[in-house]
Design a protein around this ligand. Structure first.
Ligand code: DOR
Ligand code: ZN
Length: 344
């Protein structure tokens, strides 16, 4: 039985760090294991311009524990007023790594997102020209579409038309939750990839709703039926380079989760690597873990893999049940399965 596993240091290709006291409290958990992360721009107000992204990057760097080796990869939040020249300048200077598309109203702090996709066509075309990837929150917001169908409908109604209109646009389907999304990626091998979260590999919708409602398992896109979770597991552990880790670790205080209308998000930064090692071992694919966490993402983004390594040992991990912040405790995602791997 393998007792230790050494892989290239992982990156997180989809992460929420927030700002202020929350940033201070959660950033060390990511920086302890991950070398880089794509930083989501859904602050209040959102990170819309290059100047916003530069200021946010500096706040992140200031919040890093001393000696930490971590690089935030910044993104801009696409709005109907986004200026293509500003985007191109931020890309040319190396400031940003991607642009994030939130359909207006799809999730936390997405009110400034896009309602009319025609209005962002010029920016998308410019991004295609300069090779700047678009990260999509793939859910329609149409109240007539069932929440469990919103990802599949987004692919048909929004994503596929965008990709047909801009065939050179590089797209990352973020935090996919359905077999439909897996199959869409598998069917289109150029300029397309998908991130998969840790929690969507572990929970299905029963975990949220059966036997009492579990607010800490509620995130967006919401976890789907078991058949979809299994499709995600197969994709993640397959070694297919189009699938890679984006934790979507999304901290909210317990006070904001445990409400009549609670926030969406699972906070997985502290225990993601332990959970993933378990998932990949369960599926007989420990040899594919490094590709998923450390190789496939850099390859898609055209970045080198990290030179440093991370070692996991076969020991039950100890990590906190919650992280204290000045705003209150943030509960760490509980995978509800025995974990056998710790980050050394
Ligand atoms: O669960 C989620 N939480 N999904 C998102 O898309 C946003 C995120 C957040 O910012 O809390
Ligand atoms: Zn997210």
């Amino acid at each position: 039985m393998t007792q230790t596993l050494t892989i290239r240091r992982p990156d997180d290709w989809h992460l929420h760090l927030r700002d202020g006291a929350m940033l201070q409290a959660v950033l060390p958990h990511t920086a302890a294991h991950f070398a880089r992360a794509i930083i989501m721009p859904n602050l209040v107000p959102p990170v819309v311009t290059g100047a916003d992204a530069a200021a946010y990057r500096d706040r992140i760097l200031d919040a890093l524990p001393s000696g930490a080796d971590f690089k935030p990869l910044m993104t801009l939040y696409l709005t109907e007023d986004t200026d293509a020249d500003d985007v191109a300048a931020a890309h040319a200077s190396g400031l940003i790594t991607a642009v994030k598309l939130y359909p207006a109203g799809a999730t936390t702090n997405s009110a400034s997102g896009v309602a009319n996709f025609d209005k962002v066509a010029a920016v998308l075309e410019r991004m295609a020209e300069i090779g700047l990837p678009l990260c999509t929150h793939g859910e329609v917001t149409d109240a007539n579409v069932d929440i469990f169908d919103r990802e599949a409908v987004f692919i048909d109604r929004v994503l596929n038309p965008i990709r047909r209109a801009h065939p050179h646009l590089r797209v990352v389907m973020e935090h996919i939750t359905t077999r439909n999304a897996v199959e869409y990626v598998q069917a289109h091998d150029t300029n397309l990839a998908a991130t998969i979260t840790t929690h969507h590999l572990v929970i299905n919708r029963n975990h949220i709703l059966a036997g009492g409602i579990k607010p800490h398992y509620y995130c967006l896109p919401v976890a789907k039926r078991e058949e979809h979770r299994l499709a995600l597991r197969t994709a993640a552990t397959s070694g297919d380079a189009r699938f890679f880790l984006g934790t979507d670790s999304a901290p909210h205080t317990d006070a904001n989760k445990l409400l009549p209308c609670g926030c969406a998000g699972c906070f997985t930064a502290p225990n993601t690597m332990s959970i993933l090692a378990e998932v990949f071992e369960q599926d007989g694919a420990l040899d594919k873990l490094e590709g998923f966490t450390s190789l496939n993402g850099p390859a898609f983004y055209g970045l080198p893999a990290n030179d440093a390594t991370l070692t996991l040992t076969r020991t039950a991990p100890s990590y906190p049940g919650h992280v204290d912040t000045e705003e209150g405790p943030v509960t760490v995602f509980d995978p509800d399965i025995p974990l056998n791997w710790s980050v050394a």
